[in-house]
Design a protein around this ligand. Structure first.
Ligand code: AMP
Length: 208
């Protein structure tokens, strides 16, 4: 199964993808994680996108599409995947349709005020990318990842100014994809508010 997770930043796409891939044995491909790894490793791509990520802007389509093309050509992505954070623009969606069309697009609906609350309390492991929340899902030991012992930190773009920019970008550039995929009969919309396990149940029911 080839699936896209759509929704505003903080909709819970990454958290849900982590839970869903465990059950479905698919790779979880997050373009945000791929860009953050490039920044951390100071690759050529990483140096190009570092400032864009920190400000909450979108990386240009050509760079993003090239990155996804490369990742989807890896052997583990041959029979299916969950794409989290891609596509984010219509040209990206068109490129993906030409490359490897998704079977389903899951749209997680979450109101802006919930998103802002979640992002300002979100924390992430710098080493393995596991997602935490200081209020609802804190690590057992503050600042230390339960899964790998890595440092749990606040993403640069989870700070107030970047959160607003990201939400604006989402409404302007990404939300039109809801209609785009709806018109192609691929869209499933799920209420993304609530405990991740409850949202996972809604997701499994919708796909059944
Ligand atoms: P995310 O972890 O999905 O919130 O992504 C973090 C950041 O990576 C975004 O704010 C963008 O700067 C960049 N990014 C991730 N995916 C894309 C994409 N599909 N198109 C453009 N930029 C992206």
């Amino acid at each position: 199964m080839k699936m896209i997770f759509l929704g505003p930043p903080g909709a819970g796409k990454g958290t849900l993808a982590d839970l869903a891939v465990e059950e479905r044995k698919l790779p979880h491909i997050s373009t945000g994680d791929l860009f953050r790894a490039a920044v951390k490793n100071e690759t050529e791509l990483g140096l190009k996108v570092k400032g864009i990520l920190a400000s909450g802007g979108l990386v240009p389509d050509d760079l993003t599409i090239a990155l996804v093309k490369e990742r989807l050509s890896a052997p583990d992505a041959a029979s299916g995947w969950i794409l989290d954070g891609f596509p984010r623009t219509i040209p990206q969606a068109e490129a993906l349709e030409a490359l490897a069309p998704a079977d389903r697009v899951v749209n997680f609906e979450v109101a802006d005020e919930v998103v802002v609350g979640r992002l300002s309390t979100r924390r992430v492991c710098r080493a393995c990318g596991k997602i935490y929340n200081t209020k609802t899902m804190p690590p057992k030991k503050e600042g230390v990842c339960d899964a790998c012992g890595g440092e749990v930190y606040t993403r640069d773009d989870d700070k107030e100014a970047s959160i607003r920019t990201r939400l604006e970008n989402y409404r302007r550039q990404t939300a039109p994809l809801i209609q785009w995929y709806g018109a192609r009969g691929k869209l499933l919309t799920i209420d993304g508010v609530g405990d991740p396990k409850v949202v996972l149940e809604r997701f499994n029911k919708a796909l059944a």
